[in-house]
Structure formats: C-alpha cells, structure tokens
Design a protein around this ligand. Structure first.
Ligand code: ADP
Ligand code: MG
Length: 698
C-alpha cells in the first residue's frame, strides 16, 4: 500500500491542484489511497430499465429512461420545488426536487433523453419519485450494471463534482501503475480460512462491481480486513497492557465468603450468578490480573455478585473498593453492602466529596492500616490522597460514567494492579462489547431471579394525564410508591428544571394527601440525600425526579414509574429507568408519557419499550437506531468509531470472525515479530496510530 498512500491525489489524471484542494477540504482525501478507500455508500442497479406503466408498490429503487414533457417550479425561498413530468413512452410519472431547484431547472432540457433513478412512492393515488438521481442518456457512454453512489458535500456538488466524477477518478486510480503494485494486507492463512477475496480484486469491485455477488464478497473482505486489524490492535494492546500483568493470587475461598453464603444470604443464587462468580474466582486465582466486564440486565443481581467477589479478596487478606458514578448511588451501595457486611464482621465505609474532614481522617487511617475491608465511593476514591493498605479488587459500577483513564488511575495505587471488575448499568450488544471493552473478558448474567413479574410498559400521550394520575392514586392507595421522572439535559437545563419544578407543584396539588419528594442533580448533596431518604424510607409516596435516579436506586416497594416526555430519552436510558420498578413482588408498571406527534424513529423506540423487557434486545435495537458510536458507554471509551465499511450494529458475525482470526494470528506470533507479523504491525500503525486515544485504553 505504501505507494498509494504516499502519492498525492493532485497527480491523478483528472485532478490537479485545484480539485485536489477541494477533495482535501471537503472529504479529507489527500492520497491515492484515501480516494480508493472512499467507498460508495450505496450501489444502484443500472442493468435494468423499468417502464412507468409497470410500476407497482413493491419496487425498490428503479431506473427509468425517458424525457421530460414539462418542468415547473412552485413555491418560494426554502419551500421552492421543481416538478417534472417524465414520460417513457408507456406512461407519465411526476418527479419532484426540493434541493438545487434553480440549477436543475436550468440544466434539464425537455426533449432530451434522461435516465432517472429513484424510489417510486404512492402519492395521491398515483406514484411519484422524490429526488431522483438524473443522468443524460447516451447509449454509447452510459454504463450498465452496478454503479457506486459516493458521499459528496454540498460544496462539491456546486463545483460540479458528482458521483460520476468520483467514480471516474476512482477508476483512474484503479488503472494507475500504483494500483498494480498493491499488495495483499491479510495473511495467507487468514485469506484461506475465511475464503476472502484478494485485496486488489476487492478494491476494484468496491468501485466497479462486476456483479452483485462479487460486490458482496468485496464488501465482506473489506469489512473483515477493517475489523481484523481493529481486533488485532485491541488484542495486542491487552497483551502488553493488562493480560500479561501479574496479579494477586487469591488462592482460597475462606471464612467470610462461606459464612456469608451459608448464614447470611437470604436467597439461593441463580445459576447465572453462580457461574459468573466461578468465572471470577478462576481469574483471580490465575496469577494474572483480572479485567472483567460483568453484564447483566437491570435487576439481575449484579450487586450481590460483586459483594461476594469482594469477600474472596478479603478472605485472601486484601481490601476491596467499589466506585460508583454518583453520590446517590455510592450512598445506596454503601447502605446495601453494609447490611450484607455487618453480620459477618466485614468493615465498610463510604467516601464521597461531601464526607466530613473528621470522618475522612478516620477513613484514611482505616484504609492505610488495613482495618477497613471495603471502601465504597465516588470519584473521591481515585484522588491521590486515598491510600490503601493493600487494594486487591476494584469494582467499578456503571462503567459508562467512568472514563477509561480513571480506571487506569486506580491501578497506580499499588505496584501490582488490583483485579478489576466493571459492571455495566445497561447491557450492550456483544459485538460492541468486544470492541469497546475489547480489553475486558465478559461475563453475562443472563437470568433474572425467580418470581420477577415483567414490568408492564404502556405508551400514553399528554392528554391522558388525568387518567394516569388516577392510576397513580389508586396504586399509592394500595401502599405502593411511584416515581415520576422528568428529562433534564444540559442544553435545555433551565427549561427542564422549570418543567420539573412545575411538575412537582402539579403533582403536589393533584395528590394533596400524599407526601411528594423531589430530587435532581443540581440540588446540594445534603438536600438530595434528605429527599432520597424520604422516599427510600417510605415517608414520601411519590418521588419527582430527573435521571439522577437512573442508575442503581433500589426501592422494591416502588411499583410505578411515570416517565414524562419519554420521547426525549434514549432507549437504553428508558430501559435503565424502567429497571427501578419491578423489584418487589407486586406487578409493576412503567408509563411512557409522550407528546402525540412523533417521528417514525421515536415511535419505534417507544414501541420497542412496550414490547420487550429484555435489556439485550433493547440494546440491539438501540444500536441499530443510533449507531454504535452514539451508544452510552462508547463515547468515553476512547475508541473513535471511524470504521469505513464495517458496521458494528450489522456486522456482528464478521466481528466474531475477525476476532477469531486475530486471536489465531497472535497465538502463532504473539509479538508480531515474523516477517509477516511485522507487515501486520506496520499496517496497524498506519491505520490506528493517528488516533491517540488508543493509547488510553487500559
Ligand atoms: P442490578 O443487577 O440491577 O444491580 P441488584 O444487584 O440491585 O441488580 O439486584 C436487584 C434485587 O434483586 C436486589 O434487591 C437483590 O437483593 C435481589 N436479588 C439478587 N439476586 C437475587 C436472587 N438470586 N434471588 C432473589 N433476589 C435476588
Ligand atoms: Mg446495580
């Protein structure tokens, strides 16, 4: 690839300095390789020309050949549109453009043959085509077969760069002397095992597909390659950074664990919980540092698993810590764990930003002497002043709020890093986990404790408020508690806070007989704690809150959650919120309140919520809707999702294949030191070195 990567695009036939400048500014294309790897985002089938007479509702994008018999513009300014009547000798069809109206009006000539390409959609009892692609038709120059459609910017359009121009330039690269020297990037055994198309052939077919079959194979190959190098990079990093790290050997399960298991634990563990604890025991016994991600749906019982893992650390003479993203959550965790710890004599303390000086001194002392077994806290735990006697296990709850860098910081508290257990709040799809948390082994609790009644989720509209409030009243009268959640996002914080406070007043007025608590992130911690206590203790029946309650809060008696403006929440956030109910024996309800007019995507999102309680299904849907780069947890992961061809949401199987292949490669050549290995190493450098974030993955 070296040659392609070092040849400036301006030397390509048909480019020159001016166009090169434009390509660089608009598409970041600087070299031959950049252009070659700027793949079409879609392909159109130009091998068939349909007739207007035969158009029916099932047709995808189709190509028509004919003439414009009329062209008219309507409307003004931004509403301006161009309507054409297109005739192919069998019938007429209406064609509409809303963009580039003036330019098109000028360019299109009646009486000349055109090929148009688009999707016929029913409109007022007939079909029309909105925004078709349009080409003049000339039998000798019009290519047939599959054609790539390229991403272009508005500016490129204005400067006359069309998909056709880009296609032509890509063709020029394909026929250049440089291209002939392109070498295969994948190892021969990988090519063979996975029956992959050779690189040259694949690149050619990406731009100029021979047929649909060849295109599919080319795409598979390019995706595979991309994911293979990604996995190779991740796996190799793990080898050097963590997997090879020596870890404390926790050789025994002792009195604390057994005493707890036999005498304190109130319920039998689920099979999944047992399996996961075993997996972690094996890790911590191995002599290597554990780096494990614990996935489990909301309410699957991750906390107890984490606690029992901590007991193993304590049984082996070490301390453990649990970090939570918010003060509320840390406080709750400390309370929960204290109840479990007290009967077996395990000493536990809470450290947050609001811990008093006096308490703080005592905690510091207890941590340093080793008298404290477990410390629960927020970010305060990673401050340099916090020193442990011997930290053996760090549990990090709700990972997505913690940057990877912070995770790394915990390690520096010992010369040997503690074992690390990361718990996610919301499940994430496996393929994504493999990439985002590629450095972690994954354990999954895929079973809920028995007797859980699935939460009934309903979608209601703002006009239904009176009915919903009647329902709330009825439930509270039965002794239950209710959450009413309002969105609060930074961009509209003032407005949101106002809505929350207005909502609080309305709820108070609607339920004069009930006590209503309110909590939001902008409150001072003492007030927040007081309001939370009101609800947790049962003194307040209704809690009006923002998403500060999103993670971890556990009030089993709460059986109803009303989510206001549910359309403004993401899927995983809704699921996470919903997880706050359905924790007790009662049938629970989650009522999504929404404005009545919704986009298709939003309606889909809310409907998914009403149809499934399975967090893994929700996560898959979420990834499909928003793309992996926008999922919670990926933002701070330090991995840029600048994949060119592969799509983590859709290419799960290829991710797994690539992972396998990368693992095999590293098994044979762990240091990538063979001649082949060195080539791979170089390729990884070219691909990823620009991205400084990679070095942050811990
Ligand atoms: P999450 O995985 O969402 O953190 P928690 O650990 O908070 O879930 O557990 C939710 C509730 O389920 C807690 O009240 C916990 O005590 C209870 N629980 C956990 N494991 C079991 C089990 N095996 N059987 C019954 N209840 C359980
Ligand atoms: Mg939890």
């Amino acid at each position: 690839m070296t040659t392609l990567e070092h040849t400036d695009i301006q030397y390509l036939q048909g480019v020159g300095p001016v166009r090169a400048d434009l390509l660089r500014k608009e598409l970041g294309i600087v070299t031959y390789a950049d252009l070659l790897y700027h793949f079409p985002f879609r392909y159109i089938d130009r091998s068939t020309i349909h007739t207007i007479r035969d158009i029916n509702g099932e047709m995808p994008y189709i190509q028509l050949k004919g003439r414009f018999v009329a062209l008219t513009t309507q409307g003004e300014g931004r509403k301006k549109r161009l309507t054409g009547l297109f005739n192919d000798g069998t019938a007429n069809i209406e064609v509409v453009w809303f963009n580039n109206v003036n330019r098109l009006k000028e360019a299109i000539k009646t009486g000349q043959d055109y090929l148009i390409f688009g999707k016929p959609t029913p409109y007022k009892g007939r079909y029309n085509i909105v925004h078709p692609e349009i080409d003049t038709y000339a039998p000798e120059t019009t290519p047939t077969g599959l054609q790539g459609v390229y991403n272009l910017t508005e500016k490129l359009h204005q400067r006359g760069f069309s998909s056709r121009v880009l296609r032509k330039l890509a063709g020029n690269v394909l026929r250049s002397a440089n291209f002939a020297r392109v070498q295969e990037t994948l190892p021969a055994d990988v090519m063979q095992t996975y029956h992959l198309m050779p690189l040259q052939e694949a690149l050619r077919n990406m731009h100029e597909p021979e047929n649909i079959e060849a295109l599919r194979r080319a795409q598979l190959r390019m995706k595979f390659e991309e994911l293979y190098f990604l996995q190779l990079n991740i796996l190799r990093y793990i080898k050097t950074a963590s997997r090879s790290q020596l870890g404390f050997v926790f050789s025994r399960v002792g009195d604390y664990f057994n005493n707890f298991y036999n005498n304190v634990l109130q319920f039998p563990l689920t099979g999944a919980q047992k399996r996961v604890i075993k997996e972690m025991r094996a890790d911590m016994r191995s002599g290597k540092q554990m780096n494990r991600l614990l996935q489990g749906d909301v309410g699957s019982g991750k906390t107890i698993v984490a606690f029992m893992t901590m007991l193993i650390a304590i049984d082996n003479g070490y301390q453990a810590c649990l970090m939570a993203p918010t003060e509320i959550l840390a406080t709750q965790h400390a309370q929960t764990l204290a109840e479990l710890a007290e009967p077996i004599g395990v000493k536990i303390a809470l450290l947050t930003g609001t811990t008093s000086k006096k308490q703080r001194t005592a905690i510091d002392e207890g941590l340093r002497s080793g008298e404290l077994n477990i410390i629960v806290g927020t970010h305060a735990l990673i401050e340099d002043t916090v020193q442990f006697h011997n930290l053996g296990l760090a549990v990090i709850d709700e990972q997505h709020r913690f940057g990877v860098a912070q995770r790394a910081k915990l390690w520096h508290k010992n010369s040997t890093p503690p074992h690390v257990l990361v718990m996610t709040a919301t499940p994430i799809p496996r393929t994504l986990a493999m990439t985002v948390y590629g450095d972690l082994d994954v354990s999954v609790i895929d079973e809920l404790p028995p007797g859980r009644k699935p939460v009934t989720t309903l979608l209601r509209y703002d006009a239904d408020h009176p009915k919903v409030y009647r329902f709330v009243h009825q439930q509270v009268s039965l002794g239950r508690q209710v959450y009413i959640v309002y969105p609060l996002i930074e961009e509209s914080e003032k407005l949101d806070l106002k809505a929350l406070e207005d909502g609080f007043v309305t709820v108070q007025e609607t339920f004069p007989d009930f006590r209503v608590a309110m909590v939001h992130g902008r409150m001072n911690p003492a007030e927040k704690e007081h309001q939370m206590d009101l609800f947790v203790s049962g003194a307040a029946q209704i809690l009006v809150a923002t998403t500060v309650i999103e993670v971890g809060v556990n009030v089993p008696n709460a059986s109803v959650m009303v989510i206001e403006n549910a359309e403004r929440f993401g899927l995983s956030q809704l699921h996470q919120l919903r997880g706050r109910v359905g924790r007790g024996a009662d049938q629970s309800f989650c009522i999504l309140m929404s404005k009545p007019e919704l986009t298709r995507e939003t309606r889909h999102r809310l409907t998914v919520m009403t149809q499934t309680n399975d967090g893994f299904v929700v996560a898959e849907e979420d990834m499909k809707l928003r793309g992996p780069g926008n999922m919670e947890g990926t933002q701070q992961s330090g991995i840029a999702f600048n994949l060119r061809v592969a799509n983590l949401a859709q290419d799960g199987q290829i991710v797994q294949m690539a992972r396998q292949a990368a693992e095999a490669t590293l098994r044979d050549d762990p240091e990538l030191s063979s001649p082949e290995g060195q080539r791979l190493d170089q390729r990884i450098h070219t691909l990823f070195n620009k991205n400084e974030h990679w070095s942050m993955i811990s």
